[in-house]
Unconditional design. Sequence first.
Length: 397
Amino acid sequence: MRNSYKIVIVGGGTAGISVAAQLLRKSNVLENDIAIIEPAYIHYYQPIWTLIGAGVAKKEDSGREMSSVIPKGAVWIQQSADGFKPEDHEVLLKDGTVIKYEYLVVAAGIEVLWDGIKGLKEALGTKEVCSIYSFEHITYTWDTIRNFKTGTALFTYPMTPIKCGAAPQKIMYLAEDYFYKMGIRDKIQVEFRTAESAIFDVMKYRMALEKIIERKNIDVAYHRNLIEIKAQEKIAIFENLSTNTIEEIKYDMIHVAPYMQAPRFIATSPIADANGWVDVDMYTLQHKTYKNVFGIGDNTNLPTHRSGSAVRKQVPVVVENLLSIMRDQPMNQFYDGYTACPIVTGYNKAILPEFNYQKEPVETMPFNQAIERTSLYLLKKNLLPIMYWDGMLKGTM
């Protein structure tokens, strides 16, 4: 195995593959001089996991072999990264190998802490404890929803940053709609407990979602962070972040969004900020200290939602700015914090928040995207996966 490349990309998820694909399209001289460090055999399109958990998409359709999405001309190093020596331009692998680079792109995603909430790891996939964030247990989420008949259906959102921040709401809205369609909604109390201070942090969409919650008669409480599950007793224990008190909720099914954090090998390295995230300039995505290093996606400290749509807008910024510094030219591409977050509110309805760093709507459709529409649901369900596999990952969008 070669141990030196012009560009090394850590991570073979959405960001890493898309950056490699665009770089190779824009520069022929980089062929076989870009390495992607990624241990996984399967690449997943994770935005569809919500729909799998609601029974309208197939689990097997969410993943493809990693070898099939690695761009032609990129070298796949199927190992785990374990650290960085940016002063020496080195990435350390778990097996002890050292990979040298001239330029580095860190796109390693976010780490899910299944053991962060006491009792969750042991109970997950049993006793009506489910989560669409676990590929292994997505179908158990659907089994739990479709077999649920009466009682309290509890959905949670943690105090840590998470990927696809609206997903805990989406699965709740879909479950509520399923209960309604089955004629059992009046027998079920749907509750949402979130550590956040609002249902959404952009006012236009917050107001729309609050109306949807009211219409669906969902009981919502804010500043509640789940800290423990007692699965045998079906009790969820929350910390009330406003009063610093402990609250217990008796449930009959619970969907949990787990704690997440920056990958440990990043958090303990020189490229991390004080909170463990890759420390980048929020506009250029260049590292604040190491100028031949860029960060992208969920592992960065960018003050925006962690989502695939955010990555789609970040990729060309990283690619163009990286090529500029390789050519000793000034960087001229800037990321404005754009992200989009299709929020399904039922089996044939969705809204589509699009916004920037200033939390201002930047909608691209010729209509009000805060209004529930079937067209937006079909965009989420049918069109976006095609755009992902055949566009983003191939470097064409």
